[in-house]
Design a protein around this ligand. Structure first.
Ligand code: HEC
Ligand code: HEC
Ligand code: HEC
Ligand code: HEC
Length: 195
C-alpha cells in the first residue's frame, strides 16, 4: 500500500465514526491514487553482488545487441533465456506488447513506446469493457474512502491482480501441511512458524 494512504487509514481507525477533515464539505477532495508499477522492468541475472544482493539488469542491456524475434510467443519457445516465463494470454507474441526498438519500454498497438509504469494503457487497448468497469469502480477494487471528502482512495493496478503473461486470476487453492509419517517427530510450533 502506498505511503500516502496508510496514515489516513490509521487516523480514521483512531477516531472511529469521525470525519477527520476539519474542512467544510465541498472545500477539498482527496485524490484517487492509482498504484503504478515501477519504471523499467529488471531481470535477475542469477548472480549476487559482494553484498549478497541479486544483480538486476535492465532489458536493453542484452537486447540492444540482439535481433528481435517476432515469432517468440511463449516461455517454452525460448531456449537461451527467460525459459521459466509462464505464458498464457490469448496466444500473443512477446513483441505485441514489448517494444522491439527499445526493450526498456512496452509498445502501443500503433507502435508508440509506452513506459512500463503506464502498462494500464496497454491493457486498456484490448480490454475496453474491463477498463471502463475499472474507471467506474466496478472492477479492480479499492482501499480508502468512497467519499473523497473524507480521505483519499487508492486503486490497484491491473498487474497487481493479473500477471500480464498469464493473466487469468488465480483460483485460491487451500494448502494443507504435509501429514507427519508415523514414527516421525511432529514439527514443533517453532518449526511451523519459521515456514
Ligand atoms: C541477460 C540478458 C537478457 C536480459 C537482461 C533480458 N533479456 Fe530478453 N532475451 C534474452 C535472450 C538471450 C533472448 C532470446 C532467448 C531465445 O530465443 O531462446 C531474449 C528474448 C526476449 C524476448 C522474446 C522476443 C525476442 O526479441 O527475442 C522478449 C520479449 C524479451 N526477451 C524481453 C525482455 C525484457 C522485457 C527484459 C527486461 C525486463 C529482458 N528481456 C531482459 C536475453 C536477455
Ligand atoms: C500482454 C502483453 C505482454 C505480452 C504478450 C508479453 N509481455 Fe512481458 N511484460 C508485459 C508487462 C506489462 C510487463 C511488466 C510487468 C510488471 O509491471 O510487473 C512485462 C514484463 C516482462 C519481463 C520482466 C518481468 C518478468 O516478469 O520477468 C520480461 C522478462 C518479459 N516481460 C518477457 C516477455 C516475453 C519473453 C514474452 C513472450 C514469451 C512476453 N514478455 C510477453 C507485457 C507482456
Ligand atoms: C493485444 C491485445 C491484448 C493486450 C495488450 C492485453 N490483452 Fe489480455 N487478453 C487478450 C486476449 C486475446 C485474451 C484471450 C481472450 C480469450 O481467450 O477469450 C486476453 C485475456 C485476458 C484475461 C483473461 C484470462 C483468462 O484466461 O481468463 C485477462 C484477465 C487479461 N487478458 C488481462 C490483461 C491485462 C491485465 C493486460 C495488460 C497487462 C492485458 N490483458 C493486455 C488480449 C490482450
Ligand atoms: C483487485 C484485483 C483486480 C484488479 C486490480 C483488476 N482485475 Fe481484472 N479481474 C479480477 C477478477 C477477480 C476477475 C474475475 C476472474 C474470474 O471470474 O475468474 C477479473 C477478470 C478480468 C478479465 C477477464 C474477463 C472477465 O471479466 O472475467 C479481464 C480481461 C480483466 N480482468 C482485465 C483487467 C484490467 C484491464 C484491469 C485494469 C484496468 C484489471 N482487470 C484490474 C481482478 C482484478
Amino acid at each position: 500500500m502506498g505511503a500516502l494512504a496508510i496514515p489516513w487509514l490509521q487516523r480514521n481507525r483512531d477516531r472511529p465514526g469521525r470525519a477527520f477533515s476539519d474542512k467544510k464539505p465541498g472545500d477539498f477532495t482527496h485524490p484517487v491514487v492509482i498504484r503504478k508499477p515501477g519504471g523499467v522492468a529488471l531481470v535477475d541475472t542469477g548472480k549476487k553482488d559482494s553484498h549478497g544482493q541479486a544483480v538486476m539488469v535492465a532489458c536493453a542491456t542484452c537486447h540492444d545487441t540482439r535481433d528481435p524475434n517476432f515469432n517468440a510467443n511463449s516461455g517454452e519457445s525460448l531456449k537461451e533465456f527467460h525459459q521459466g516465463l509462464k505464458t498464457q494470454h490469448g496466444g500473443q507474441t512477446c513483441l505485441s506488447c514489448h517494444n522491439h526498438e527499445d526493450y526498456n519500454t512496452l509498445k502501443r498497438a500503433d507502435g508508440r513506446p509506452l513506459d512500463f509504469s503506464e502498462s494500464m494503457q496497454l491493457c486498456a487497448q484490448c480490454h475496453g469493457p474491463q477498463y471502463r468497469d475499472y474507471q467506474n469502480g466496478s472492477h479492480g477494487g479499492m482501499t480508502g474512502h468512497w467519499d473523497l471528502k473524507q480521505g483519499p482512495r487508492e486503486r490497484n493496478h491491473c498487474t497487481d491482480c493479473h500477471d500480464p503473461h498469464h493473466p487469468k486470476y488465480p483460483l485460491v487453492m487451500p494448502v494443507f501441511p504435509p501429514k507427519p509419517v508415523i514414527g516421525e517427530a511432529i514439527p514443533s510450533a517453532d518449526g511451523e512458524k519459521s515456514h
